[in-house]
Design a protein around this ligand. Structure first.
Ligand code: ASP
Length: 328
């Protein structure tokens, strides 16, 4: 039963939204936190605050992301909250949001938000983004959409959203899919629902961080895969070319990795579209499939890496990982 007064928990983790300019550049300062008044939260919503981290995005590690996802899972089942909003640095927000998305069960809305501009800049976006995320998390119309990311008045799926622009407030987009909805006045308007959802099997979240990520370019990738294997990685994510193709020497390195028991998961460096085993030439997608590589549709490399860490941490075999990836 939803309460008339919505109780929303704001969990802060750091990022530009909490930063002010100082002599050495932007830094997190205690005086930049956003409260209900600054974010102009409408009546009917009670906003409580809990600090989890005070970190810039590049200081977020997979282990910290897993801590955050586990905390959110506890908040989800506590019965204390109608929704949770997480503020985060924009650089790695999509990774933290994605890990939470595949771990959480969806009991209450969870919305991540951030700011592209610090509170000291002209046209500051943090308070407005918090407001949008709070309205989303408090909405009656929020269904089982998974974790969402709300910035610049747009609501995006954590699994699809990505930071597309280094500095513009319209940076967050879901290429090829578009937003789930938007903020209009005091309302979160949901216009579409995601049909494809991947969730980890229920249980604790444990990451095995031995997963490498290699971006393929003309003449590049074989040495990098061998480095990952020699360093003890149990899986390697390959951001391949186009439909999922690589140069012939990279295909040889894929075979060596697979033969030594390392899972090689292929996605694309294109920012839209799925990989598929179409091309049969040495290094073509069909050739990589024959060599035993796993294809991961259009999941971005950095999200696929976290997914594999969680799968390996849960003790899943490659066959189970292949089945799970069919949901992408
Ligand atoms: N580099 C900043 C960070 O700490 C970016 C941001 O928050 O927007 O994440």
């Amino acid at each position: 039963m939803k309460r008339t007064l919505r109780r929303i928990l704001l969990v802060s983790t750091g990022g530009t939204i909490e930063m002010s300019p100082g002599p050495g550049g932007f830094a997190i300062t205690g005086d930049a936190a956003i409260d209900a008044d600054t974010a102009m939260i409408p009546p009917g919503i009670e906003l409580c605050h809990r600090r989890l981290f005070s970190l810039p995005s590049p200081h977020m590690t997979p282990a910290r992301m897993a801590d955050l996802a586990r905390e959110l899972a506890m908040m989800e089942t506590s019965g204390e909250w109608d929704g949770v909003v997480v503020t985060h640095g924009t650089d790695t927000l999509e990774e933290s949001a994605y890990l939470a998305d595949i771990h959480l069960r969806g009991g209450i809305p969870v919305a991540f938000t951030a700011a592209m501009r610090s509170n000291a800049e002209l046209g500051v976006d943090g308070p407005r983004n918090v407001r949008g995320a709070v309205l989303t998390a408090a909405s009656d119309e929020f269904h089982d959409f998974g974790v969402v990311v709300v910035l610049n008045d747009e609501i995006h799926c954590a699994s699809r959203v990505t930071k597309t622009y280094t500095s513009n407030v319209s940076s967050f987009a879901s290429p090829g899919y578009g937003p789930l909805g938007f903020i209009d006045g005091d309302k979160a308007i949901f216009a579409q629902a995601p049909l494809r959802r991947l969730r980890l099997p229920a249980g604790g979240l444990v990451l095995d961080e031995r997963v490498g990520l290699v971006r393929v370019a003309a003449g590049l990738g074989a040495r990098e895969i061998r480095f990952c294997v020699d360093s003890g990685d149990r899986a390697v994510v390959l951001e391949a070319l186009g439909r999922g193709n690589v140069p012939p020497d990279v295909a040889e390195a894929v075979s060596e990795a697979v033969d030594s028991g390392v899972t090689v998961a292929v996605t694309t460096r294109c920012f839209m579209g799925r990989v598929m085993g179409l091309y049969g030439y040495p290094g073509g997608g069909a050739d990589l499939e024959r060599r035993g590589a796993v294809f991961a549709a259009d999941l971005q490399g950095h999200k696929l890496r976290l997914l594999l860490m969680a799968c390996l941490g849960a003790g899943m075999e490659e066959a189970e990982i292949r089945r799970l990836l069919e949901c992408v």
